[in-house]
Design a protein around this ligand. Sequence first.
Ligand SMILES: NC(=O)c1ccc[n+]([C@@H]2O[C@H](COP(=O)([O-])OP(=O)(O)OC[C@H]3O[C@@H](n4cnc5c(N)ncnc54)[C@H](OP(=O)(O)O)[C@@H]3O)[C@@H](O)[C@H]2O)c1
Length: 330
Amino acid sequence: MQTKTLGTLGRTSAIGLGLMGMSDLYGPSDRAESIATIHAALDAGITLLDTGDFYGMGHNEMLLREALDRRDRDQVQISVKFGGQRGPEGSFLGFDARPAAVKTSLAYSLQRLGSDHIDVYRPARLDPDVPIEDTVGAIKEMIDAGYVRHVGLSEVGAETIRRAHAVHPVSDLQIEYSLISRGLEGEILDTCRELGIGVTAYGVLSRGVISGHWSADRGGAPRDFRSRSPRFSGDNLDRNLELVERLRVIASQLGVSVAQVAIAWVAAQGNDIVPLVGARRRERLAESLGALDVELTAEQLAAIESAVPKGAAAGDRYDATQMAMLDSER
Ligand SMILES: NC(=O)c1ccc[n+]([C@@H]2O[C@H](COP(=O)([O-])OP(=O)(O)OC[C@H]3O[C@@H](n4cnc5c(N)ncnc54)[C@H](OP(=O)(O)O)[C@@H]3O)[C@@H](O)[C@H]2O)c1
């Protein structure tokens, strides 16, 4: 497995596995296949595993614990997001990153994971009611106490990154980044690079829309995130799938799949940017891992960007309510 460096976390696998869809938000998933996928990822040398305490309201962390049973915990870097408030039926109720919530959430996560520490702990969003210094200050206390190893951030902008980093060095910013979600580029990425902070890029396939496997007749189930996503609805979806067909031409010239081109493009953007793929089946994981063998030349990168120019996506990456919660979009 190739490696990259993510700020204070140091060396990590060149691709990370995000577990969210194994518990939540993308319709039904198969528990045995999810665990087999995590095992296949570990066997392939993936060390970075990303979860959130609110993914399936604890389900995702308990799934990870089961998958890591009889595996070497110290060979794995577990990244956990916290703060999302959920109701029993799965509704999203808001966000809480007060210092007491940091410590309480951490205590519960450690129990669910069956671990004495978390490698990277991060608020999933900026809590508008809590200064980032207070949230990161509480994580710092937990680092000093040995329960957490590194501070991470998620979907925040340059000013918040600087304020957080001044309290404690940040390992990585987790942010949506793909051929059709390029808000990272410019001030946010420049700030990360200036401060030596890495990037874990999620949604590299834009939740599947640019994977080459989505089609207009594949509607989302009621609790599927994509049933409310502007990029997956109506004319927007048709226009986004046209972009995919342009990518497919390039992929077939290269003898690889559309998803592999999309992942390889993100991977090529820097040694400090690690794509987090949302594979939840071994077949999809194998396809994602194949992207690591795709080395794109400058001409090929230019051809990809001309097929899918910056800003070409139709529709925002979240619905209006969720967009308003993104400090990274301000
Ligand atoms: N910080 C944040 O705010 C935030 C937000 C969202 C996610 N994340 C993290 O990032 C991870 C990845 O995000 P994501 O799941 O939205 O990303 P993604 O990889 O863009 O999308 C995953 C979707 O793409 C489909 N897909 C098709 N081909 C694939 C392939 N070869 N490999 C992987 N997936 C393929 C999957 O399909 P199937 O339906 O066939 O399984 C799945 O539904 C999450 O698991 C989570 O840990 C973080």
